[in-house]
Design a protein around this ligand. Structure first.
Ligand code: GDP
Length: 175
């Protein structure tokens, strides 16, 4: 399946979303297979890379974590400039974080790269007993707006690889 001689094709991917929804945790789970219960926001991995084999191709994600930039809204355009893909994260136990995520999606669709691949991640799916955002509401929103959607858990790893692979599948391979 995997073609070892394939040259990786690099894509910039950014994570956006309210503070503490689990952006850094998703990146650390995907890249290093780690999770920390008391992840400090500021420790956030600022820049990490990870490759995903995909048929004959190898996709290399250059992942930019926000490292707290959500507090400085005016810096956001600089941060997502040139991004081929974005994961917009909310916390399923925090309805406000879902509203904020929808604002990010709108901003990316208006001002992000043309054809940017956007995935919405309803994170902390392991905390479903404290759920405030219905799966069906988020799923319908994503479908209406033509974006990918998965509920994820950086803690249990549920759908973490899957969301990156789903994005990789939608990226243009012919550059
Ligand atoms: P960020 O500010 O969006 O980067 O969020 P962090 O990655 O710093 O995570 C904030 C807090 O949520 C930390 O205490 C994490 O351990 C916790 N967290 C992140 N993802 C999950 C998850 O999927 N499940 C649970 N239960 N906690 C999570």
């Amino acid at each position: 399946d995997i073609n070892p001689s394939a040259k990786p094709v690099s894509f910039k991917l950014v994570l956006l979303g309210e503070s503490a929804v689990g952006k850094s945790s998703l990146v650390l789970r995907f890249v290093r297979g780690q999770f920390f219960e008391y992840q400090e926001s500021t420790i956030g991995a600022a820049f990490l890379t990870q490759t995903v084999p995909l048929g004959d191709a190898v996709i290399k994600f250059e992942i930019w974590d926000t490292a707290g930039q959500e507090r400085y809204k005016s810096l956001a355009p600089m941060y997502y400039r040139g991004a081929a893909a974005a994961i917009v994260v909310y916390d399923i136990t925090n309805y406000d974080s879902f509203l904020r995520a929808k604002q990010w999606v709108k901003e990316l669709q208006r001002q992000g790269n043309t054809n940017i691949v956007i995935a919405l991640a309803g994170n902390k799916s392991d905390l479903s007993d404290k759920r405030k955002v219905d799966f069906s509401e988020a799923s319908a929103y994503a479908e209406d707006n033509g974006i990918l959607f998965l509920e994820t858990s950086a803690k249990t790893a549920q759908n973490v690889n899957e969301i990156f692979v789903a994005i990789a599948r939608k990226l243009p391979k012919d550059r």
